[in-house]
Design a protein around this ligand. Sequence first.
Ligand SMILES: NC(=O)C1=CN([C@@H]2O[C@H](COP(=O)(O)OP(=O)(O)OC[C@H]3O[C@@H](n4cnc5c(N)ncnc54)[C@H](OP(=O)(O)O)[C@@H]3O)[C@@H](O)[C@H]2O)C=CC1
Ligand SMILES: CC(=O)C(=O)O
Ligand SMILES: [Mg+2]
Length: 751
Amino acid sequence: MSNTKYTREDALQFHLEPTPGKWEVQATVPMTTQRDLSLAYSPGVAVPCEDIAANPELAYDYTNKGNLVAVISNGTAVLGLGNLGALGSKPVMEGKAVLFKRFADVNSIDIELDTEDPQKFIDAVKLMGPTFGGINLEDIKAPECFIIEQTLKEAMDIPVFHDDQHGTAVICAAGLINALHLSDKKIEDCRIVLNGAGAAGIACIELLKRMGARHENCIVCDTKGVIWQGRTDGMNQWKSAHAINTDLRTLEEAMNGADVFLGVSAKGAVTPAMIASMNDNPVIFAMANPDPEITPEEAHEVREDAIVATGRSDYPNQVNNVLGFPYLFRGALDIHARAINDEMKIACAEALAKLAREDVPDEVGMAYGRKLSFGRDYIIPTPFDPRLIHTIPPAVARAGMQTGAARRPIIDMEAYELALKSRMDPTASILRSLNARARAAQATMIFAEGDDPRVLRAAVQYQRSGLGHALVVGRESDVRAKLTEEGLADAVGELEIVNAANTPHLAEYKEFLYQRLQRKGFDRHDIHRLAARDRHVFSALMLAHGHGDALVTGATRKSAHVLDLVNHVFDTDAAHGAVGVTAVLHKGRIVLIADTLVHEWPDEEDLATIAMRAADVARHLGLEPRVAFASFSTFGYPRSERAEKMHHAPEVLDRRGVDFEYEGEMTVDVALNAQAQQNYPFSRLTGPANILVVPARHSASISVKLMQEMAGATVIGPILSGVDKSIQICSSNSTVNDILNMAVLAACKVG
Ligand SMILES: NC(=O)C1=CN([C@@H]2O[C@H](COP(=O)(O)OP(=O)(O)OC[C@H]3O[C@@H](n4cnc5c(N)ncnc54)[C@H](OP(=O)(O)O)[C@@H]3O)[C@@H](O)[C@H]2O)C=CC1
Ligand SMILES: CC(=O)C(=O)O
Ligand SMILES: [Mg+2]
């Protein structure tokens, strides 16, 4: 079943915020000093310029050419939406550029050329050759795309690859290898019907024929029906090459008894009746985007024995070129390839097919909310499979090296695979894995501050993203008005709104609270005020009574204040071992800082507890904890009374006997820098620390905010740990996304 729910507004909002579009450019060198300026620009820049002019190969060393791909379109066949023009295609092209970055760390920029004249297009792209390590042509309609790609390939000395042709063909081939494997059919015996004889269609059928499909068994159709020998209407030389001698004239006739249907045409081009007429165990790849030729629901309704794939991410079996182009280019760029040849494409298809037959890591299955194992609903790896980056590019690179496409072959393939493994930003995979775990947990999340529009948006997103059920604490009329103001009127009926007036549990909550607070100076009147009028306390009471699985609050008030209120219901104070841990994510690195929330001035016992809580959080995030007790001194120098407790905290952990690495005290550079650590060979840390236990809450706050403001680090937390139930406290300047992240953490019970 399709399970991704989004509205038109969601799609527009996604493209509007945080800044219009989907990517921006960042410098990789410091640009701070006069010296930097002299080196990056005139006069220093003259040196690499002259060297490259003398030896063009050096451009791969001294410029970003070698990891830069242009996504170029004229917008004449934008997905299956038709000719939307160059500007209309830009969101798709920006999208392809960010997919390049996200999945294969290839830098990519989109270029939209305002011409339908193939020669002008060719001239423009050819002139751009020096800038790029590769050219990814996108969404250019047939037959012009064939001429454009062929001419550019001949004229340019870098890979030129029309993604809609070859990217699609590669993934289609990979999926078909496995689908036929499952239905126990051989490609040479299959009757294949292809609907759509454009860029994608012609390339798919050509590749399948190279893999053994027989010409006379393949029927190609377009808007005029079957392409038969002798047809003159709507023909071109590329279609003619696949015309067969047949009396069949319509898609309907062609489908009768077919083993395989490949659709790269348009939404709804296939009817259930056509599917019903196919051979046993039919394979149906309805690849038109954004809407397939037929939906999996419709196909399965008439044929239970069908293996169905679409181009979409919200159904099983996504046959989409997103699985191909990032990795094909990664492999090609890494050998400074002159071209992406057929052998490289076939190697990519085979590697993808093989990967789908292997055991799937749990985190991948969790991301899709079901166990994935090779079978009818899993014939092709999913786009978020972290193994793709280190499995597919080596196969492509190897094939390129064996066929003479490499300018700079890779000598040590093993080292290359390792480098690919660590290439992708681990922070992205942590966030993704948390989302996957939250989705699997399906927690009922209590959003305490239903009067805040950011919280309401986060609650709607929580529910609509399939993370679980959202309970919003607030007044119904207020929530309705605020949602409507936010353009989310349709969400009013989706969210469950809870308050003291509509809960049947208020008396129970008050009694519980009275038992806890009667000896702390609270009378019944105070209890009523807290339970019925304070949403933080009310929400905490809901959680305490199991009327929700986790709680998110704190977006509207100072966290210390919220913590005090929640403390009426749960023990969230230092005396009971509660700790705040903040994750700082920057440049692919994650460091946890603690205690950022609860302990004001911890002693060495507290510090040891903080380390233990932070280690728990680290493990929940998938990190193996390495704790450094941070100070302004390292292993006793310089001596200071203020550093003493940091010096002794490791001894407390020695005594307690914990199962993670810790060391201290030390300065932050020694903690985080492997080089600096070498000066202390006796240190028990086997690598840079990923947890900094800092001396006090002020130093914690200063470190986190400094990283955030100066370095633009992403900050998650403080994650409240050591409390009986899962509660997360946002900060009052949280964005919708921050609140949603906190809900995800709460759902995963990271604390
Ligand atoms: N899943 C994936 O990875 C990919 C999917 N696609 C999808 O494939 C489709 C085609 O893209 P592309 O090849 O680039 O576009 P083109 O414009 O190059 O080709 C479109 C082809 O589809 C045919 N066609 C259009 N509508 C119908 C119909 N109702 N019945 C039969 N044939 C039809 C056209 O026929 P005619 O020649 O008569 O005009 C033409 O041959 C799009 O929906 C696109 O989103 C494309 C690339 C990748
Ligand atoms: C996926 C893709 O490239 C397309 O549909 O055009
Ligand atoms: Mg495309």
